[in-house]
Design a protein around this ligand. Sequence first.
Ligand SMILES: Nc1ncnc2c1ncn2[C@@H]1O[C@H](COP(=O)(O)OP(=O)(O)OP(=O)(O)O)[C@@H](O)[C@H]1O
Ligand SMILES: [Mg+2]
Length: 239
Amino acid sequence: MLTIKNLSAGYGGPIIIHDVALEVGEGQIVTIIGPNGAGKSTVLRSIFGLTQIEKGSSIFFHQNNLIGLPTSETAERGICYVPQGRSIFPTMSVEENLEMGAYIRKNKEEIRENMEYVYEKFPRLYERRHQKTKTLSGGEQQMVAFGRALMLKPELLLLDEPSIGLAPKVVADIFEKLLEIRKDGTAILMVEQNAHMALEISDVGYVLELGRNKLHGPGKELLQDDRIAEAYLGKISGK
Ligand SMILES: Nc1ncnc2c1ncn2[C@@H]1O[C@H](COP(=O)(O)OP(=O)(O)OP(=O)(O)O)[C@@H](O)[C@H]1O
Ligand SMILES: [Mg+2]
């Protein structure tokens, strides 16, 4: 459903990512891993129209080119983005944050249905719906960020480091939720430092280094790959 080819982009200065190729199929979970500064977030931002994209790049969602579209139009077409650091509104309640997620929707009934879906997925958010989000735990705040993105019932969810700063047990819960969200029909493209846990639930993984594709393959295969094990999984090859 998402096909990226020859993607080169930056922020007006030097080009940061070069000829990146990546695909997300219908209902897949795809993870990008790689060292700090590799350009992982830049790939997600490019899909969402937040970078300067070089000529010759293409980003197709179904049959349509996304390059040049305003972000609201990209969201309208079914892609939602949770940036690194979540960026929820701390002094607003859980429910107000969720309402903000539906900003491009006018149909009240549809908004209510989507909110019910989010509360069904995250009962904890329902319990805390009137609480300011700054009073929530890190895991709960991440759920608000997911919930807000799910208010548009996207076909594709872009997540930048969803597990950052969370305890391993909370990360496991969050990844469990991602599997459920996928089962409900939303594909996921995420960037993760937590390579091991992310690749375990991913259909496909991509390794990005110095702004370029390094390798890719099924998540489970990458977990067995010595090059990945040494660089990203904290293992020494042969063990
Ligand atoms: N808004 C910006 N303006 C200019 N340069 C930027 C901007 N955002 C990122 N960069 C630069 O682009 C390069 C890649 O950054 P990016 O955030 O895509 O990497 P990353 O792989 O997501 O790293 P991390 O793991 O640290 O999040 C870095 O050298 C960074 O300094
Ligand atoms: Mg990043």
